[in-house]
Design a protein around this ligand. Structure first.
Ligand code: ATP
Ligand code: MG
Length: 251
């Protein structure tokens, strides 16, 4: 399975979901590749020291001579490897203007690695541009994190429209795996209202597991460790492990 974690809204928990879902898959002994497709490189920095990143997903996508395998680095988490990003990735869009295969670059580069990495998680940037489209074209499944906030559903129409466009031509097999509610605060009436609204729009697609607010989830990237090692008894660890189980059941 190749899972794109996408939502063009910024700060909704894409990276937190991508890194912890990838770590949960690895914890279960599955060979997993985390692809950081965001020039901000937050996923990369969650597991690696940027000084060790000499080549990134930018080179792998932009340069026909560079294979994805060439840029992949092992992470401190057993069974988890990372295709790192760096700021150069922000130049990709301009670089690929007019290229016939611009939307298919990541898909083509991933193809030879399907056996080596049966599980791939892609962290997308907060846009619906070429990078996110490359992720959607390359993926079998899409996971949408939605932040439990008053503006939670704003922009989801645009996201769904992009998904329809990708499905109509480039990737008819793209499934919406589900919607995960993030940064939820069970105590507030507003959060409960938001949950109801999200359920109304996405119905059964909403995962039973809700990710609550957790300081531990915010802290763990700074230690370059997965939540499962950094704070195994935290709510974040329990919830992302359960989300991973639901993901596996749905695939
Ligand atoms: P961007 O659009 O910039 O890529 P994003 O969608 O990847 O953002 P994250 O970086 O995962 O979002 O999360 C935004 C901020 O919220 C981060 O500081 C992160 O640590 C924090 N955060 C994410 N999930 C939780 C949570 N469940 N509890 C508390 N803080 C969280
Ligand atoms: Mg992010």
């Amino acid at each position: 399975m190749i899972i794109a974690v996408a939502n063009q809204k910024g700060g909704v928990g894409k990276t937190t979901t991508a890194i912890n879902l990838a770590a949960a898959l690895a914890l279960r002994g599955r060979r997993t590749l985390l692809i950081d497709l965001d020039p901000q490189a937050n996923s990369t920095m969650s597991f690696l020291d940027m000084a060790t990143v000499t080549q990134s997903i930018y080179e792998a996508i932009a340069d026909p001579a560079v294979a994805l395998k060439d840029i992949i680095l092992p992470s401190p988490v057993e069974h988890l490897s990372v295709a790192p990003s760096r700021i150069a990735l922000a130049k990709l869009e301009a670089k690929l203007v007019g290229e016939m295969d611009a939307h298919f670059r990541l898909k083509d580069k991933l193809e030879p690695l399907r056996r080596e990495f049966p599980n791939v998680v892609i962290d997308c940037p907060p846009t619906l541009g070429l990078l996110t489209v490359n992720a959607l074209v390359a993926s079998t499944h899409l996971l949408i994190p939605i932040q439990s906030s008053y503006f939670a559903l704003e922009g989801t129409d645009d996201l769904l429209e992009t998904i329809d466009k990708v499905r109509s031509r480039a990737n008819p097999n793209l499934h919406i795996l589900g919607v995960v509610i993030t940064m939820h605060d069970k105590r507030t009436a507003l959060a409960r209202d938001i949950r109801t609204q999200i359920d109304k729009v996405f119905g059964k697609k909403v995962f039973k597991t809700v990710i609550t607010k957790s300081v531990r989830l915010e802290e763990s990237p700074a230690y370059k460790e997965s939540i499962f090692k950094f704070a195994p008894d935290s709510s974040g660890a329990t919830e992302y492990y359960r989300l991973c189980e639901e993901v596996i059941d749905r695939v």
